[in-house]
Design a binder for this molecule. Sequence first.
Ligand SMILES: Cc1cc2nc3c(=O)[nH]c(=O)nc-3n(C[C@H](O)[C@H](O)[C@H](O)COP(=O)(O)OP(=O)(O)OC[C@H]3O[C@@H](n4cnc5c(N)ncnc54)[C@H](O)[C@@H]3O)c2cc1C
Length: 400
Amino acid sequence: MTLTNWSGNTEFRATRLHHPTSLDELQRLVAATPRVRALGSAHSFNDVADTPGELVRLDRMPYRIEIDGAAARVRVGASTTYARLAAELHAQGLALGNLASLPHISVAGSVATGTHGSGPGNQSLSAAVSALELVTADGSLITLDRGDADFPGAVVSLGALGIVTTLTLDLVPAFELRQYVREGVPDDAPFDELMGDGHSVSLFTDWHDTRAWIKRRTPLPEGDWHGTRAADGPRHPVPGMPPDSCTEQLGVPGPWHERLPHFRADSPPSSAGDELQTEFVMDREHAAGALRELRAVRDRIRPVLQITEVRTVAADDLWLSPFYGRDSVAVHFTWIRDTEAVLPVVRLVEDVLAPFDPRPHWGKVFTRWPSCPDRFRELVGRYDPRGKFAGDFTRLLLGE
Ligand SMILES: Cc1cc2nc3c(=O)[nH]c(=O)nc-3n(C[C@H](O)[C@H](O)[C@H](O)COP(=O)(O)OP(=O)(O)OC[C@H]3O[C@@H](n4cnc5c(N)ncnc54)[C@H](O)[C@@H]3O)c2cc1C
């Protein structure tokens, strides 16, 4: 079996891929298999999902999307994509508070790595989880709710505690957004003001020219916006790529789930996999300093860069979340798909950002491992004493 991640830069070691069709089958499989992990939609850019044993994908499990409008929550099967979920929620007049740049990814896989969008008031997608069910090492099914002692360690847990079967997510009423692209953002534009001027604002920069993607509930007021000019047509975040795969821009109002992601659900996102990605998360108070230091080494970044995206994310209390306890700035790099050329530049970026205590995005390329919280190590020891759910990636995290 040859299985790779979406971008093809990681070939998995796993020897088999199972698609269980019932909870009972999954529980028996987990109990009987010495080394097993779950695979979501395989969009991570590293081996976070891999195992030397066997993988399970829950895409044939019989879960439905169960919406409880009165309680403003939804229970979904782990492999449900945000694209599918969002369309059903919107049809019922409901929404998620935020989305990532693409809707193609599975809920469980996204939540397990702390996936996020942008907006100073918006937390990561993981923070919307209020409960999860998981099959643990002996095959039993347990439920963890917000408020349970283990819950903050179990949401962003990189698949290390077991196979998540369902997640319950917080909802808000459906809303409309308008998306605008503004060009020529000055380097000295006031960061917090810029990033707070909409539900979700992203800056895309090649470290010479910077554009802003602004997603707002209300029209962008006529006139000057921080010294920028309006794009004269739709844009793709990666310069030179056609904008057909992007969600509608130019201020046309539309449903939240067709504006929050940069990329349309029915098209390949970003550079269609001809790319690697890296992202580091710092306390938002370091935004200006971190951007200044990166600008100083832009001549070494640019030869392997397709585009950088800068976002803001609100703090959460999930132990392994990159946003744990810090209102954050996230600096992302879409690189060319050449690992050998890119890795030295990733190390350079890690060196440059080191004074700002950066945390890596778990699903992207990085080389420096942050220290693992002791209470997460204790949790893994308790849930998985024999290392059934361990992979090379989680062993490195746990320092084993
Ligand atoms: C084009 C592109 C754009 C992206 N944009 C963003 C972005 O805007 N914001 C952002 O934060 N990230 C972004 N990412 C990264 C992406 O969101 C993460 O890598 C995410 O984890 C992918 O979800 P997945 O379903 O593919 O998970 P996978 O890569 O399949 O798995 C990720 C982790 O989840 C675990 N997992 C999956 N399913 C289960 C389960 N049922 N039970 C237990 N553990 C499970 C796996 O074991 C693994 O540890 C982007 C990636 C791509 C390719």
